[in-house]
Ligand binder design. Structure first.
Ligand code: SF4
Length: 329
């Protein structure tokens, strides 16, 4: 008897169903954006796993001194930022078109906190991004303590406008780092905000009818399998539309590297990670797509765990585990 497999609701499948073709996210990193957890507004040093200037002076060498902040009066670099947006977008779009025949794209403001700037800077960059060739929407990576009703209202306005490249309304996503629902964990990793803040702003974002993707990390310090699953359970209750999950790994130039070297942090094993991931996937309702099932880093900055080096083998092992529960990746 042949086995019936269910397809995993990947974001790729979600896009194909909605747009009738593949849609590719184009990651963008705009100079000047930073994070309140790095610039000292909320904290200094950033999340313990985040490699940033505080721990790596080399990162700041040759980099621009100008940093955005919501309260600055004017942004003298806005035209350069628009130019940078266009250059990065076109380079990646052309590469994806050549490699995969990609035709439709979402501009993904990925690096740092992409709502942490004066509102004029944000509205200009988001509007310019939607004007780029074959763009059908935006995805904005941020922190829950860096959004305001004014920003969400503007994004909602964009989401109500018809997009000429898709014939549908602009597809507007906000991506929030949830990481964990446990305040003791958030404190331990120096996140700079608590779970109540995450809950409040994800619920507000859903109230503006925007699409929300939640980022979750497994293997955070002192977290058990049950705690990780509770984070998934609560995130589902928040009404998120998509999820990204990855294991916590240690890289050079981070506070976590010091904890690891002092024997104060034990990374999650691949076996435990996959076990927790599979249980999480089984908990997801059909309307939540999955954008990431793991992450790895194949260079010398990885300190531990070594299984995070080979993403190819991680994906193969995840595919096998999914197949065992009759799900096709
Ligand atoms: S919120 Fe993001 S950019 Fe800011 S410190 Fe944490 S990981 Fe780094």
């Amino acid at each position: 008897m042949s086995i019936k497999y269910k397809e995993l609701n990947t974001v790729g499948r979600y896009f194909r169903k909605k747009f009738g073709q593949s849609v590719y996210k184009v990651p963008i990193s705009i100079s000047g954006f930073t994070c309140p957890n790095i610039d000292g507004t909320v904290a200094k040093g950033g999340c313990t796993f985040c490699e940033n200037d505080s721990f790596s002076p080399n990162l700041s060498k040759n980099k621009e001194k100008f940093k955005l902040h919501p309260d600055i009066k004017e942004n003298p670099y806005i035209n350069l930022q628009i130019q940078q947006l266009k250059l990065q977008y076109n380079a990646t779009k052309n590469r994806l078109a050549k490699k995969f025949g990609a035709k439709k794209f979402i501009v993904y403001f990925q690096s740092f906190t992409n709502t942490y700037a004066p509102i004029e800077t944000l509205t200009t960059l988001y509007t310019e991004a939607l004007k780029l060739d074959n763009v059908v929407g935006l995805s904005i990576g941020t922190r829950s303590d860096c959004v305001t009703d004014e920003i969400l209202r503007f994004l909602q306005e964009l989401s109500l406008q018809q997009n000429p490249n898709s014939g549908l309304n602009n597809e507007i996503w906000v991506e929030y780092g949830i990481q964990s629902i446990y305040d003791e964990t958030l404190e331990h990793i120096n996140r700079g905000h608590n779970y109540a803040n995450i809950k409040e702003w994800i619920e507000k974002t859903k109230g503006y009818n925007l699409l929300v993707c939640g980022h979750i990390i497994f293997g955070l310090p002192n977290e058990t399998h049950e705690m990780m699953l509770n984070t998934i359970k609560e995130s589902i209750k928040l009404g998120i539309d998509s999820i990204k999950i990855h294991p916590l790994y240690v890289t050079n130039n981070t506070l976590l590297a010091i904890e690891y070297k002092n024997g104060e942090f034990n990374p999650i094993s691949e076996e435990d990670y996959i076990k927790t991931l599979i249980k999480s996937i089984q908990m997801l309702p059909d309307n939540i797509s999955i954008q990431r099932v793991t992450a790895g880093i194949d260079n010398d900055s990885l300190i531990a765990p070594t299984w995070c080096k080979n993403k190819h083998s991680q994906i193969n092992n995840i595919k096998k585990a999914l197949k065992n529960i009759n799900i096709l990746y």
